[in-house]
Design a protein around this ligand. Structure first.
Ligand SMILES: [Mg+2]
Ligand SMILES: [Zn+2]
Length: 182
């Protein structure tokens, strides 16, 4: 068994920007196929998601929970279960915190819920630098899905990630699964 820590927006649902309306939920291409490969290889899944839209008062925490429940129901229909979800509702201009990515507070919350994670075998899948940095700083390996809204090839942070042998880039979750299970 190994653990896969999934970012939510842009990985498990199409990133529409501060997604919180259930009618905006859509599963990205390759996500079910990729998670199915990982599940069959023994993966346990977690969701770790930054939800600063709560601090920004764009939606209420309960709306996020309803969206998460819908997401879980949709994936459950494909045989994919998530063992736990952690979220950061904060935004630095409103309140500082220890959980906003790339800080690792949400991973600590997951471990408090389910016990220690074996980071040497664990993977993260995200679409921002901060997703990758959070996982790498724990000692796990990370796959970054390129969303050009969030990273450009000229970004020095990206260059350092691309030089990290524990870091990978893939076009979608299906390709990420093939990085994780070669
Ligand atoms: Mg994301
Ligand atoms: Zn936070």
């Amino acid at each position: 068994m190994f653990d896969v820590i999934c970012d939510r927006d842009g990985v498990l649902n199409v990133d529409v920007g501060y997604a919180h309306r259930i009618e905006d939920f859509a599963i990205p291409e390759g996500a079910v196929a990729g998670l199915t490969i990982l599940r069959d290889a023994g993966a346990r899944f977690f969701i770790v998601t930054g939800q600063s839209g709560i601090a920004r008062r764009m939606y209420a925490e309960e709306q996020m929970h309803a969206f998460n429940r819908h997401l879980q129901e949709q994936y459950r229909q494909h045989g994919i279960e998530f063992a736990a979800i952690a979220f950061c509702p904060h935004y630095p201009a409103v309140s500082d915190c220890t959980c906003r990515k790339p800080k690792t507070g949400m991973l600590d919350q997951i471990e408090a819920m389910i016990g220690p994670i074996d980071w040497d075998s664990a993977w993260g899948i995200g679409d921002k630098h901060s997703d990758s940095e959070m996982i790498l700083s724990k000692g796990g390996r990370a796959v970054l899905l390129p969303d050009t809204r969030y990273w450009s090839e000229n970004d020095p942070k990206l260059a350092s990630l691309l030089n990290n042998p524990r870091h990978f880039v893939a076009n979608n979750v299906l390709e990420a699964a093939h990085c994780i299970i070669p």
